[in-house]
Ligand binder design. Structure first.
Ligand code: FES
Length: 166
């Protein structure tokens, strides 16, 4: 059951969420506190995941695409798991309807990895998100911090191949 603290809803009773909340409060929940807030999560939890990113996005009133973008762009943030390149496929309703599963299937066919996995050569991690706030661009994917909208499995396969070759 989520706990209510002022207007912020904690993801669970884990006391570390309150500490993250304190860090955000110190910055007045300003959107420009994003990097500091993600640092607080990482220090306390060791990595960033969908739950923590969503928590920070809601508290700072930022779109999930922005939060995922920052979390995947800076090398000092660790998404779990972490390959050299990170591909986050949105599996929210809009993206699901527009064929996000086909993108995941294609990635699995090409690279042999399912969501939550990293390739054996550590080149590519694949994650899913529930909604990254860009439903108008469904299906949406964030590849190494760059949001890619209205993408087909073929286009995505090409983009991923381009970046894992580097
Ligand atoms: S459902 Fe994918 S961006 Fe909203």
């Amino acid at each position: 059951m989520p706990l209510e603290s002022q207007k912020i809803v904690m993801p669970s009773a884990d006391k570390r969420w309150r500490m993250v909340d304190n860090a955000m409060r110190k910055h007045g929940y300003r959107p420009d506190a994003l990097i500091e807030s993600l640092h607080a999560v990482q220090e306390l939890f060791g990595f960033l995941d969908d739950v923590s990113l969503r928590f920070v996005a809601t508290a700072l009133k930022l779109p999930m695409s922005k939060v995922y973008g920052v979390a995947t762009f800076y090398h000092f943030f660790t998404l779990k798991p972490k390959g050299q390149h990170t591909c986050v496929v949105c599996m929210g309703t809009a993206c699901y309807i527009k064929g996000a599963q086909n993108i995941l299937d294609r990635i699995e066919k090409d690279h042999g990895v399912k969501p939550g996995e990293t390739t054996a050569d550590n080149k590519l991690s694949v994650l899913t998100a529930r909604c990254i706030g860009s439903c108008g661009l469904a299906p949406a994917v964030v590849l190494d911090g760059t949001m890619i909208g209205k993408v087909t499995p073929d286009q995505m396969a090409e983009k991923i191949c381009g970046c894992v070759k580097q």
